[in-house]
Design a protein around this ligand. Structure first.
Ligand SMILES: [Zn+2]
Length: 332
């Protein structure tokens, strides 16, 4: 199916994954972001969070109407456990969304079709389509944020699995006797390599409370405690990524994050992977190219496809990289 040439959709990203707040964009069939909004994510109640999402989407929809090219559907990137087919959000860590029929509620209030997708899948789809992965067919994306998000593109398609959770490496256990994780387990990779864990581990070692981003700066300057914490994070990531590579045989690992991570800071990951991957081909490691627009772009691609407007992901891949920087951004 070819992509509807004049179609527009709205992409929303609730996440804390690609930034500290929620993001939204009005996106056309060439993957251009016609307008962008961002706002802090309300964490007190589901009603407040949903109202904020509706307000953001409504402003973007109004702009489409004014320009004579209205949006026809909405894609929403949601962190946590969701059912994409029913639009139900089961649970989102750190957000007041539990067993909420988010898809239906948004659809009723916005009066257009709404499709939910997992935020790491959305990010991976966007990087695969117009970002760092646009020349490969098999890749995985790892997002270092408040948690560790990840998703797999296999032979050009997001790998979903029986319950939509395929490719999630964040809660693979590295140390069964380790620190308690938000999932209830112990010693998951997330307890080593998420932003929260990096900051917490540094504080435990150095008795100084700083942000994860500052730990990386200190590690780059040779601070022993920061170096140890970052090396432990990279080691844990390398162990689970190597396991994933053995299962999926991807040619590229795209790393992205909410905090600023230099490509120099990620360089050791390639060496650590080489020590752990022997029989299968070693994948390249690259930083994500789309930053915090990955979530809204991926959500938009899902909306185009599920609303029957065409396979945006394949169409965008064929037309080349997106002029992401050309759009305007404003706080909602
Ligand atoms: Zn866990």
């Amino acid at each position: 199916m070819t992509l509807a040439a004049h179609g527009r959709v709205i992409g929303l990203d609730i996440s804390g994954m690609f930034g500290s707040g929620m993001r939204g964009a009005l996106i056309d069939s060439t993957a251009s972001l016609i307008a962008r909004k961002e706002a802090f994510t309300p964490r007190t109640s589901a009603d407040e969070l949903i109202s904020s999402l509706v307000a953001m989407a409504s402003r973007l929809a109004d702009q489409g109407e004014r320009e004579g090219a209205p949006a026809s559907a909405v894609g929403v990137a949601v962190p946590g456990l969701i059912d994409e087919s029913s639009g139900v959000v089961h649970r989102v860590p750190n957000l007041p969304l539990q067993e909420v029929r988010l898809g239906q509620i948004l659809q009723d209030r916005l009066r257009m079709p709404v499709f939910l997708t997992h935020d790491a899948s959305a990010g991976a789809l966007a990087e695969y389509t117009v970002g760092a992965g646009r020349r490969v067919s098999d890749m995985m994306m790892v997002v270092i944020g408040g948690g560790i998000g990840s998703a797999v593109i296999s032979n050009g398609r997001v790998l979903r699995g029986a319950h939509g959770a395929a490719g999630e490496i964040g809660h693979i256990v590295i140390d069964p006797a380790g620190i308690v994780c938000g999932c209830g387990g112990r010693g998951c990779v997330e307890t080593f390599a998420s932003e929260t864990s990096i900051a917490r581990r540094y504080t435990m070692l150095a008795k100084e409370a700083i942000l994860a981003e500052e730990v990386l700066v200190k590690a780059a300057a040779g601070n022993p405690a920061a170096t140890r914490v970052w090396n432990d994070a990279l080691g844990a990531l390398a162990t689970v990524i190597a396991t994933a590579v053995a299962l999926i045989d991807c040619e590229l690992v795209v790393v992205s994050g909410t905090m600023k991570i230099s490509s120099e800071a990620m360089t050791p990951l390639g060496t650590l992977l080489a020590r752990r991957i022997n029989l299968v081909q070693l994948p390249r490691v690259e930083m994500g190219a789309l930053g915090d627009t990955a979530g809204v772009l991926g959500a938009a691609a899902v909306a185009f496809e599920r609303a029957g407007m065409g396979d945006a992901a394949q169409a965008w891949r064929q037309s080349g990289p997106v002029p992401v920087g050309q759009s305007t951004s404003s706080r909602a």
